[in-house]
Design a protein around this ligand. Structure first.
Ligand SMILES: [Zn+2]
Length: 199
């Protein structure tokens, strides 16, 4: 870690920040079990925003997420950008994914694919008693292939950010996320930053 990162990390140490680890787009039979293993080793609970299609293909992994104390939420059925499809289709994407998620765990948490939403879609969420959950720290793990670079990016953002709770966005469908997660967790532990789920 370079000097700038070192001094930024000091700022983070002084705050009483908490962090939420969130994982979107799974469950993936290749990567989700590895992420669950790392979380278990470190006694950390996280949020998983599952895609309906992936849930239907890998129900045992959703069972495992719930059994191991994690909080799940919906992330649409097919991961389409909901602002770009008809309202009728967007409603189906939201409601059907939430119906499936609730077969595994009572949850009112929904995350819009790509964070893309508008007033009409917000109303659908509210009217059905759900809550839209976003993030303030994007790891860009879908775009950056180097684990260390992903971790550095997250650490810089955590150190700079003044929010009490930072929600980090990861994806449990990419290989580079695995080592990046290990490094981020090491940073959190070294700086005594606690984790919590959005409930
Ligand atoms: Zn997504």
């Amino acid at each position: 870690m370079n000097e700038i990162l070192m001094s930024l990390s000091l700022i983070a140490t002084m705050s009483s920040k908490t962090v939420t680890l969130s994982f979107d787009d799974g469950p993936s039979p290749t990567y989700t079990p590895q992420i669950l293993e790392i979380l278990k080793e470190n006694n950390i609970k996280a949020n998983f925003f599952v895609v309906g299609q992936m849930l239907e293909r890998n129900p045992e992994l959703v069972d495992q997420e719930v059994a191991e104390g994690h909080k799940i939420g919906g992330h649409s059925m097919t991961h389409k950008q909901l602002t770009k499809i008809s309202l009728e289709k967007a409603k189906y994407e939201i409601l059907e994914s939430m119906r499936l998620v609730n077969k595994y765990q009572k949850s009112d948490l929904f995350r819009f694919p790509y964070g893309s939403h508008n007033k009409t879609l917000d109303t659908v969420i509210e009217k059905n008693g759900y809550r839209a959950i976003f993030w303030n720290t994007d790891s860009l793990d879908w775009k950056i292939y180097d684990s260390e670079a992903i971790c550095d990016r997250v650490v810089v953002r955590l150190a700079k950010d003044k929010d009490d709770n930072d929600i980090i966005l990861f994806h449990d469908i990419h290989p580079q996320t695995i080592q990046a997660l290990r490094e981020v967790i090491k940073y959190l532990k070294d700086h005594n930053i606690k984790t919590k789920t959005v409930e």
